[in-house]
Design a protein around this ligand. Structure first.
Ligand SMILES: O=C(NC1CCCCC1)[C@H]([C@@H]1CCCCO1)n1c(-c2ccc(Cl)cc2)nc2cc(F)c(Cl)cc21
Length: 233
């Protein structure tokens, strides 16, 4: 088969994305907190809203470092961020859940999340997604570029200049395709499987508003930023 090589530009682009991805990570480790003790539904909800609020802020910083993003129409930049934060949150949660942990930790983590207050009917789709992400054993470059691809989705609501977003996303897809061949030479369809997860991610994200508003507790309080960016309250 032909030798797959990344161009100099593609390697530079990937480095910029991965550096931004690593620079803008969630400050404290939510997995470590959850492994320490089982919190009440109220405490878990508060933890999630705090983590999600801070993740939106770091996602904005990450996105500003995607080459070409700041050259997009200003309103399209907002539309892309607004349309992708929920998916980025679930993708990040899946990556956190799939991290290599000492034996038994993942089992405890899953147990804690199952009892965190999320309504039962969402457990299966959520953990199916988390496990399907885990099975891919993505390297961090793939995680970073997949997050960028999720943000640069041309068909988000209210995006005006479709073409401009498509061009940026296509550049990322070309890098990801080569990266998948280089990182997983034995798996012919790895790239296709990776993109298939974005479909599963979008489906899971449709549930998020209901997951939050039917969290097993009364009086769900959201931060102003989450009210703004999630379709809740
Ligand atoms: O805080 C979370 N995720 C953050 C979000 C910002 C980026 C970093 C990860 C939540 C937790 C769930 C239990 C209660 C405390 O919150 N969470 C979710 C989750 C997210 C959305 C909804 Cl609506 C439901 C569950 N899935 C997780 C998987 C995990 F492995 C871990 Cl450690 C935490 C996870």
């Amino acid at each position: 088969r032909e030798k797959v090589e990344m161009t100099k530009e593609q390697r530079a682009l990937m480095k910029a994305i991965v550096d931004a991805y690593n620079r803008h990570q969630i400050p404290q480790d939510v997995a470590k907190k959850l492994l320490q003790e089982q919190y009440s539904a109220e405490e878990n909800f508060l933890l999630l809203t705090e983590m999600a609020t801070s993740q939106v802020q770091v996602l904005v910083e990450f996105t500003k470092n995607i080459p070409g993003f700041l050259s997009l129409d200003r309103e399209d930049q907002i539309a892309l961020l607004k349309g992708s934060t929920v998916e980025a949150m679930f993708l990040r949660s899946a990556q956190v859940f799939s991290r290599k942990m000492p034996n038994g930790h993942t089992v405890v983590l899953e147990e804690r999340i199952r009892k965190s207050g999320i309504p039962d009917e969402f457990m299966t789709p959520m953990f199916n997604f988390y496990k399907s992400i885990g099975e891919l054993h993505m390297v961090q470059e793939e995680q970073a570029i997949l997050t960028a691809i999720t943000i640069l989705m041309p068909d988000r609501p209210y995006v005006k200049d479709h073409q401009a977003v498509e061009r940026l996303q296509e550049t990322m897809l070309n890098v990801l395709r080569k990266l998948c061949v280089l990182q997983h030479p034995q798996e012919q369809q790895y790239f296709a499987r990776l993109l298939g997860r974005l479909t599963e991610l979008r489906t899971l994200s449709h549930y998020h508003a209901e997951m939050l508003t039917s969290w097993k507790m009364n009086d769900h309080k959201f931060t102003p930023l989450l009210c703004e960016i999630w379709d809740v309250q």
